[in-house]
Write a protein that binds this ligand. Structure first.
Ligand code: ATP
Length: 212
């Protein structure tokens, strides 16, 4: 069975940076990839768009392909979206199947701030996606935790169900949801930074427009 990779985020809104790195990760790892929107991200301010609005955008973005799927379990759970709880649930469902938690390089540097972060490595591999403009220095405690865990994408990590840190050299795309929200709020139309489906369905981007 192919490994299962999870790509979590606020997706406020989902953009071509997310989709492109998720797609490339699925190719590099030969894995099933699920995009998993977070309901109440513990580490950040609340999203601009509501959970149903973010799901509608993700559905529109994922249409017409079968490699990337959507998993809304964190939105269905009450309370904050702790990744550790999601991985415990997935591990119980998936048995010994290799699980990979995909994280952008910027978010990875902040891992020690995550709830029960060291236990994440007991449940999944971590796939670190390179991200331009985010040359974050890894904190010492994270460096110590991952030394000895680092492997390349081609290495024999798939024989283990969890515990490795896989560096994924994906095509750099300097796109962020923050920038897209700023552009939309100032009346711009960032058509080629977002999937076309977000413009084609009326109202999907209205949470970000100044006139809302
Ligand atoms: P914001 O600007 O609102 O912080 P974002 O663009 O970083 O949003 P998130 O939904 O917060 O998007 O990100 C989810 C995950 O996707 C994170 O692990 C983040 O590092 C990663 N990610 C987002 N954009 C890119 C990109 N262009 N390249 C690589 N990874 C990315």
């Amino acid at each position: 069975m192919k490994p299962l990779a999870i790509f979590g985020g606020t997706f406020d809104p989902v953009h071509l940076g997310h989709l492109s790195v998720a797609w490339e990760a699925s190719e590099l790892l030969d894995a099933e990839v699920r995009l998993m929107p977070a309901s109440v991200p513990p580490h950040r301010p609340p999203p601009t768009a509501s959970a149903p609005q973010r799901v509608a955008m993700l559905r529109a973005a994922l249409q017409g392909q079968s490699r990337l799927a959507l998993d809304t379990r964190e939105l269905e759970r009450a309370g904050p979206s702790y990744t550790i709880d999601t991985l415990i649930e997935l591990r119980a469902e998936q048995g010994g199947r290799p699980l990979v938690l995909l994280i952008g390089a910027d978010a990875f540097a902040g891992l020690p701030g995550w709830h029960r972060w060291r236990e994440l490595f007991d449940l999944a591999h971590v796939g670190v996606l390179s991200r331009p403009g985010m040359d974050a220095v890894l904190p010492d405690e994270l460096q110590r935790e991952i030394s000895g865990r680092r492997v390349g994408e081609a290495a024999a990590w798939r024989h283990a169900s969890a515990g490795k840190v896989i560096e994924l050299a994906v095509t750099p795309l300097e796109i962020s949801a923050t920038r897209i929200r700023e552009l939309l709020a100032s009346g711009r139309e960032p058509r080629y930074l977002l999937p076309a489906g977000l413009f084609d369905t009326a109202g999907l981007l209205s949470p970000y427009r100044a006139s809302r």
